[in-house]
Design a protein. Structure first.
Length: 537
């Protein structure tokens, strides 16, 4: 009877301890989870809702093996826990969600290791690795990749239309069919097929008995398959447009055709599995059988539970001793609780206002006269700026330079500077050249500084852009620098304020790049001394 009561107590304490971990992780990562749900609601990532369900099912399938394997709590899980918390601080103070996603995953793996031991962790290693698919990729990777896939899909789509005998030509992401022009937008980039199809390919390698080389081939083939089927969809829109009109490019028909194409892609992937096993049949036992079948079941060589959670605390030890049993688990709980307290109690960022509001920035800079512009409310809601400056300046010859300055009094997660190297390609601009140059102002701003330069093109237009990031006395040019110094200055100075300065000029007609360069440099010499008086020191 005493042993039964002890078992009930230990079971209850296990549930209480699990609930405590869930509560700690929720409080620690609540902003991260909220951001993740917002991204899941976007069309590109709504497949992520299925990933946790698949992971739970894969773990549930191994319930018998896990129940027969003794838990061996281990201090070795402390290493990924510490690494996960380092990623947490890098992501939280640097304003980078990708680091927070990695942190959450590492902490979850560490808790499994510290509580259940290496043997059980290895038994569910595939579901844990597969769970990484529920985290969305960073914009710095996703946006340029989407743009390049749009180009590839457009090229293949035009080629398929030409094979069909239609007159089709491509200019960037615009397909000219003669009777109409179709624009390949982000939704047709192919990433909505590529990522889910890649995930399904990985899942198929887990379920089907296949040799390792077949698994690699199956997963790798999902990339060209998704590109081809997406190009087929674009070509079908161009083909049907002349009969059904604009309805084929929007609304229900457009979304339904996308679903049909994806299901066809999935069918091709399943056909590939069948063909691989048909043409190259597996030898008995060569593929290792169903994944997880090699794990030892109940009573087959299972070791007796060593000192760990499978072993009950001594009778009469009390709830307090049971709650702290085993020590690695208690240490993990205390470390997470201390991290939460430190994150909530210490004000890591102070809001630093501008020295002067941008509304007073002069519209006349030497020979340049400007017209102030206002950003759309939707853009402001996305960027969450503290203040901004957006002015079109013209010289006496009518040549234009656009000046844009975005300022953040405090850079938080989701409220930080967006690099033009990410945003401009997302708008369809192709970076033909991108390098670092030296730039000087005039007067007190005459010191040389390094900025980024890029030539951009879109649908026959060409522009030259300079951009840099004034950050608490530093001039930075790369996104990783922004994240590191935001983390470092949050710790050492409790400041994460910063700005983006971007100047753009169009290359009219056949204008030489050297002429545009001279124009931007001349404008910067006039603007930098004035701008220096607005940004905080």
């Amino acid at each position: 009877m005493n042993r039964l009561a002890c078992l009930i107590d230990i079971g209850l304490l296990s549930w209480l301890r699990t609930a405590g971990y869930v509560l700690l992780l929720f409080l620690l990562y609540q902003p991260t989870l909220a951001y993740l749900l917002v991204k899941w609601n976007q069309d590109d990532f709504n497949y992520c809702y299925l990933i946790p369900c698949i992971v739970l099912y894969l773990i549930w399938e191994k319930r018998a093996t896990l129940a027969a394997t003794p838990s061996v709590p281990s201090w070795r899980g402390l290493a990924p826990l510490v690494l996960g918390l380092v990623c947490y601080w890098l992501g939280d103070l640097g304003g980078e969600y990708t680091m927070l996603f990695l942190s959450l995953w590492l902490v979850a793996v560490a808790l499994v290791w510290m509580h259940l031991g290496w043997t059980k962790l290895r038994g569910i290693s595939f579901p844990l690795l597969f769970s990484l698919a529920m985290f969305v990729p960073p914009d710095a990777v996703y946006v340029p990749l989407s743009f390049r896939l749009k180009l590839v899909s457009s090229q293949l789509g035009v080629y398929l239309l030409q094979l069909w005998g239609m007159s089709a030509y491509r200019e960037g992401n615009i397909i000219d069919l003669g009777f109409t022009r179709l624009q390949v937008v982000d939704a047709c980039s192919g990433l909505r097929y590529l990522v889910p199809l890649f995930v399904m390919g990985v899942l198929m390698t887990c379920r089907a008995p296949m040799a390792p080389w077949k698994r690699v081939l199956l997963v790798a083939s999902s990339v060209p398959l998704s590109l081809f089927t997406n190009s087929l969809r674009i070509a079908s829109v161009g083909l049907l447009f002349q009969y059904l009109g604009a309805m084929v490019a929007r609304g229900f028909f457009h979304d339904f055709s996308g679903w049909i194409i994806f299901m066809a892609s999935l069918g091709f992937l399943m056909l590939e599995v069948w063909l691989l096993n048909r043409v190259f049949p597996e030898k008995p036992g060569a593929a290792g059988g169903k994944p997880g079948s090699g794990s030892r079941g109940p009573g087959v060589g299972a070791r007796q539970a060593p000192q760990g959670e499978d072993r009950l605390p001594p009778t009469g030890s009390g709830w307090r001793a049971a709650l702290l049993h085993p020590p690695p688990c208690a240490a993990a709980f205390l470390v997470l609780a201390a991290t939460l307290a430190l994150a909530r109690a210490v004000p890591w960022r102070e809001k630093i206002p501008l020295a002067r509001q941008f509304s007073s920035f002069p519209l006349r800079l030497g020979a340049w006269n400007g017209t102030r512009n206002l950003m759309e409310p939707a853009a402001l809601d996305t960027l969450r700026l503290s203040d901004y400056l957006l002015v079109d300046y013209h010289d006496p010859a009518g040549r234009q330079v656009n000046l844009y300055v975005a300022y953040y009094a405090s850079q938080l997660k989701g409220e930080s500077i967006h690099s033009p190297a990410t945003c401009l390609p997302g708008g369809g601009w192709d970076f033909e050249e991108s390098d670092a140059i030296k730039l000087t102002g005039a007067g007190s701003a005459a010191r040389a500084m390094t900025v980024r330069r890029a030539f951009m093109s879109k649908s026959g237009e060409r522009m030259l852009v300079y951009y840099w990031f004034p950050q608490r006395g530093r001039i930075l040019t790369e996104a990783p620098q922004l994240k590191f110094y935001a983390f470092w200055d949050a710790i050492t100075r409790r400041r994460t304020d910063g700005a983006l300065v971007r100047v753009i000029t169009p290359l009219a007609g056949g204008e030489e790049p050297a002429s545009a360069e001279a124009r931007l440099r001349g404008f910067c010499r006039a603007a930098l001394p004035v701008l220096e008086g607005y940004l905080p020191k």
